[in-house]
Design a protein around this ligand. Structure first.
Ligand SMILES: Cc1cc2nc3c(=O)[nH]c(=O)nc-3n(C[C@H](O)[C@H](O)[C@H](O)COP(=O)(O)O)c2cc1C
Length: 189
């Protein structure tokens, strides 16, 4: 399976001119994504039929791309299998996939991925850090909270905020402060 592992791989998915954290699901050698229909990623997957999975452990990029856009200078083109992929300049590794819409539900596209290429650019060791892991958790809950305003999600975000403050490094704390700036209404919950 190369760079991906069995289970859900939380990568930064790049499509044309766009980046967002997305889960790539690997089960029994089948690779899929479930992408909310209203996202830019869904629109670009449908139009262009490719996606790149970017592997990097930068909490600020996860938060920024979950809520906002990156500048054009953050992307670079890589042609593989005749596909003009766009990956993040900052990626430590990346993999390119053809993307085919397998099914459409009321809320999401179920997308089947076929590997085209993968490259390791700068192998780096990342010690396990609960602060970084909690940035990922808090960011997912925050994107859902923005849509639902579910108070249970607000509680989870508060829990992960505590873990990030206790276990995180300076980058995790910067990512936390960026995350909280995107969800100012949370304090009213
Ligand atoms: C770690 C993480 C994983 C996510 N996984 C998914 C996913 O698998 N599918 C999805 O539709 N949204 C997922 N999201 C939410 C999207 O990143 C978010 O809705 C984003 O705004 C979509 O950006 P876009 O409109 O540029 O595509 C995830 C968010 C985070 C933080």
């Amino acid at each position: 399976m190369g760079l991906l592992r069995e289970g859900i791989n939380e990568v930064i998915a790049t499509t044309r001119g766009n980046a967002a954290p997305m889960g790539i699901i690997v089960r029994d050698e089948k690779i899929t994504m479930v992408v909310f229909r209203e996202s830019h990623t869904a629109a670009r997957l449908s139009s262009h039929g490719w996606v790149a999975a970017n592997f990097l452990v930068d909490p600020v990029v996860y938060v920024k791309t979950a809520f906002d856009d990156l500048p054009a200078s953050a992307f670079m083109e890589e042609i593989a299998g005749d596909i003009p992929f766009e990956r993040l300049v900052a990626a430590e590794a990346w993999a390119g996939f053809r993307a085919e819409i397998e099914r459409t539900t009321r809320e999401a596209l179920v997308v089947r991925l076929s590997p085209v290429c993968e490259h390791i650019i700068k192998p780096t060791v990342h010690p396990v850090n609960r602060g970084f892991n909690s940035i990922i958790e808090a960011s997912i809950h925050a994107t859902r909270w923005m849509r639902t305003r579910d108070p249970a999600l607000a509680l989870l975000i508060r829990h992960h905020t505590g873990v990030i403050r206790k276990c995180g490094g300076p980058q995790d704390l910067e990512a936390l402060s960026l995350l909280l700036s995107y969800i100012p209404d949370l304090s009213e919950e």
